[in-house]
Design a protein around this ligand. Structure first.
Ligand code: GLN
Length: 248
């Protein structure tokens, strides 16, 4: 049984920030927030989701941050707000707060995003990546091979081409699909507990191992330990099996 739900103990809360859901929520990105909320509950925690839109205060306690993608115009709206909070986000990342940033926010957690019209949006440089808008969209189902989480499956839809600097490692190797760009054969970026990826709102619903990593790191940081519920490993196994059965 998870420490979070031991009999007689107060249930442990996890504060999950849903970052810019008004502007950055496309291709089902809210699915990631719902999945992590449900998964944290299943592990015995009491998740509290706090939506933070431009201008809103950040909660005093933050255990985990999840952000989504959006159109270039939505990115323009949030980039200025993000710049004002850059130091805060960098400090939280340095302090080990797990974060999952998808597509548009993945790009803005890098150094910069230069749109296909040449407009430059400054990022906050938590991830050592930069992105240039291209003329071709990379759309479709994608499969990755990762050392830590096994096979990851998801859906990508972007025209930005992202390249990694030496300060970040890729999330995975592309088995099917495009990933960061059509040439490098890798997808996403990672610095400690911060993960950026192009895989949208089906990422956590389809890959519970990734949710467990984020929840585990959040719990260890706040409460000193994480004992995953053993029976939940079965859902990881079943998700993998069903992913393999589907035609690609
Ligand atoms: N505008 C960015 C791109 O196409 C982000 C798109 C998205 O978040 N889906 O690269």
């Amino acid at each position: 049984m998870s420490a979070a739900a031991a009999v007689g103990e107060t249930p442990q809360e996890l504060v999950i920030v849903s970052l810019y859901p008004r502007d950055m929520n496309i291709y089902g990105d809210r699915g990631n927030v719902l999945a992590i909320e449900r998964r944290a509950t299943a592990h015995g925690f009491v998740p509290r989701v706090v939506e933070v839109n431009p201008g809103d205060p950040l909660p005093e306690t933050i255990d985990l941050i999840v952000g989504g993608g959006g159109q270039d115009s939505g990115q323009g709206r949030v980039a200025a707000d993000l710049a004002l909070r850059a130091d805060q986000f960098r400090a939280l990342a340095d302090d080990g707060v797990p974060m999952l940033m998808i597509c548009g926010l993945y790009q803005l957690f890098g150094h910069r995003f230069v749109t296909h019209t040449g407009e430059e949006l400054a990022g906050i440089g938590v991830l050592d990546v930069e992105t240039r808008g291209g003329s071709e969209r990379m759309i479709g189902n994608i499969v990755l091979d990762t050392a830590e989480f096994g096979e990851i499956i998801g859906y990508e839809n972007h025209s930005g081409n992202t390249t990694l600097g030496p300060g970040s490692t890729p999330l995975g190797r592309v088995v099917q699909g495009a990933g960061n760009n059509p040439n490098d054969g890798v997808e996403g970026a990672r610095n400690n507990n911060v993960i950026g990826s192009y895989l949208h709102g089906s990422l956590l619903p389809k890959n519970p191992a990734l949710s467990d990593f984020l929840i585990g790191e959040a719990a260890r940081r706040r409460y000193g330990s994480f004992e995953p519920r053993a029976e939940l490993n079965e859902t990881v196994r079943r998700a993998r099996e069903s992913a393999k059965r589907r035609p690609r």
